[in-house]
Design a protein around this ligand. Structure first.
Ligand code: HH2
Length: 403
C-alpha cells in the first residue's frame, strides 16, 4: 500500500473547505479545520523594531513565524521589513492579540487582516445602466476591447472615414465577444508618443464616444487621464473612466469620477523604469495611494478597479515579474485589469516579433493573467482573446457554462 500521497493546492479558504468536504469531514469539523488548511505569507515594510519584535513573539506563540532583518532583535536597526508566516488560524489568533498591544500594532493587525480578507476575493460587482450592464465576478473574465482613435490608427484619412472605421471596429468587437469598449484618443505608448492637448483629445474622442454609445449596446470606457476630457465624455454618457495615471496626474480627476458615480480604472504608471526596491511593492504602494485618493474624493470602494500598468515605466523583466506575481495585488481588495495586448515585452520574449505578430504571445499573457487573478483583460484581438478568456475561465471554474 502506498496510500497514493498527493500534494493539493488550495488558493483560499473556500477551496480548503471543498477539500475537507471531499475527505468526508463533518460540517463542524470543516468549520474548525478550514482556517488551518490555508497558509499565507504576508510582507510588511518598514515596521519599527520594537513593534517588529513583539510581532515576532506573538506569531511564534501561535505557532507561526515572523522573519525580521538582522539587527532588529537587539534594536541596532530602527525598523525592519517583516515576513509573516502562518495558517489563517494562526493569523486570526495572533491578530486578535496584536489588536490589544502597543506601538502601532493594532494598525498592523488591521492592515494584515484587510490583506488576508482581500485574498479571499472581492464581492461580485454588478454595474447597471439603462440597456447595458457589466458584471465583474470570479470565473467570468471581462473582455475590454480597445478602440484607438489616434490619427495613425485608421489610415484612410478624412474625419468621416475615421468615425466610420471606429464605429465598424466597435461593432465588430461587440460581435466578437467584447463586454466593454475602451476608447482612447491619446497614444499613451511610452516610446514615441506625443502628448496632445485636452482640446485636441476631445475633438478626436468625443464624436467617436457619441457614435459608439448610440450604436453599440455595451458599456463604454474612456481612456484619458485628463479630468476635462473625462467629464465631457461622461456628459455624453460614457460609463467608465480608465486613467493611466491612477488619479495622480490631474488632481481634478477623482472629483469628476466621484461626481458622475462611475467606475474607474486606476493604473500604475511612472516616468522611467527605475525602482528603489521591488517592482511589485512599488506598484502596490502606488495603487494603494490611488485607492486612497478615490476614497477621499468620495468614489465608493466598489467603483475602483486596479491595473499594474504593463509596459508603463517598466522593463520587459519588470513586466514578466508583474504578470507572474499579479496575485500579490489581490491584497488591495479590488478587481484587477490587465493590459498586455500586443505589447513590446511580448515581442521581446518571442525573439523580437512585431506588434502585428504577437497574438499567441498575448494569448499566453491573458491565460496566465487570469490564472493569477485578473478579472478584466484589455485586448485588441477580441475574438481570439475572448476565446482564451472563456477557456481559461472554464479551467479555473471546472465548468463549461460561464457564458
Ligand atoms: N495600456 C495602454 C493604454 N491604456 N489602460 C489600462 N487600464 N491598462 C493598460 O495596460 C493600458 C491602458 C497602452 O497600450 P498601447 O499598446 O500603447 O496602445 P493601445 O493599447 O491603446 O493600442
Amino acid at each position: 500500500m502506498n496510500f497514493n500521497a498527493r500534494l493539493l493546492r488550495v488558493a483560499d479558504e473556500a477551496e480548503a473547505r471543498a477539500e475537507l468536504a471531499k475527505v468526508g469531514c463533518h460540517a463542524a469539523g470543516i468549520n474548525i479545520m478550514s482556517a488551518k488548511a490555508v497558509f499565507r505569507l504576508v510582507k510588511l515594510e518598514n515596521v519599527p523594531a520594537k513593534a517588529a519584535n513583539l510581532l515576532k513573539q506573538t506569531f511564534l506563540a501561535k505557532g507561526g513565524e515572523a522573519a525580521l532583518a538582522r539587527g532588529t532583535a537587539d534594536l541596532s536597526a530602527a525598523a525592519s521589513d517583516v515576513l509573516l508566516c502562518g495558517t489563517l488560524k494562526q493569523y486570526r489568533l495572533a491578530l486578535a492579540q496584536l489588536a490589544q498591544q502597543p506601538w502601532g500594532l493594532p494598525a498592523v493587525a488591521t492592515a494584515v487582516a484587510a490583506a488576508l480578507a482581500a485574498a479571499e476575493g472581492f464581492p461580485e460587482r454588478r454595474y447597471a445602466w439603462p440597456g447595458r450592464e457589466l458584471a465583474i465576478r470570479p470565473g467570468r473574465t471581462v473582455v475590454m476591447g480597445i478602440l484607438n482613435v489616434t490619427p495613425d490608427s485608421f489610415s484612410d484619412g478624412g474625419r468621416y472615414n475615421v468615425l466610420d472605421a471606429a464605429l465598424r471596429h466597435a461593432e465588430e468587437m461587440a460581435a466578437d465577444g467584447a463586454d466593454v469598449i475602451d476608447i482612447g484618443a491619446e497614444s499613451t505608448r511610452p516610446y514615441g508618443a506625443t502628448a496632445v492637448s485636452a482640446a485636441e483629445e476631445m475633438e478626436r474622442l468625443l464624436p467617436v464616444v457619441e457614435r459608439v454609445l448610440a450604436a453599440v449596446p455595451l458599456p463604454v470606457s474612456v481612456d484619458t487621464y485628463k479630468a476635462a476630457v473625462a467629464e465631457e465624455a461622461l456628459k455624453l454618457g460614457a460609463h467608465l473612466v480608465n486613467d493611466v495615471w491612477g488619479l495622480q496626474r490631474d488632481e481634478a480627476m477623482a472629483g469628476v469620477v466621484a461626481r458622475y458615480g462611475v467606475p474607474v480604472v486606476v493604473m500604475h504608471n511612472q516616468e522611467g523604469t527605475a525602482y528603489a526596491g521591488d517592482v511589485l511593492a512599488a506598484v502596490a504602494a502606488f495603487l494603494r495611494r490611488s485607492v486612497g485618493i478615490a476614497a477621499a474624493a468620495g468614489v465608493p470602494a466598489a467603483n475602483v478597479i486596479v491595473d499594474p500598468g504593463i509596459g508603463f515605466g517598466k522593463t520587459a523583466a519588470h513586466n514578466l515579474a508583474v504578470l507572474n506575481r499579479l496575485d500579490e495585488l489581490k491584497a488591495l481588495g479590488c478587481p484587477i485589469l490587465l493590459g498586455t495586448s500586443r505589447k513590446r515585452f511580448v515581442g521581446t520574449a518571442l525573439g523580437g516579433l512585431p506588434a502585428d505578430d504577437r497574438v499567441e504571445g498575448t494569448a499566453a499573457t491573458v491565460a496566465c493573467g487570469i490564472m493569477r487573478g485578473a478579472s478584466i483583460v484589455r485586448v485588441h484581438d477580441v475574438k481570439a482573446m475572448a476565446r482564451v478568456a472563456r477557456m481559461t475561465d472554464a479551467i479555473m471554474t471546472e465548468a463549461m457554462d460561464n457564458g
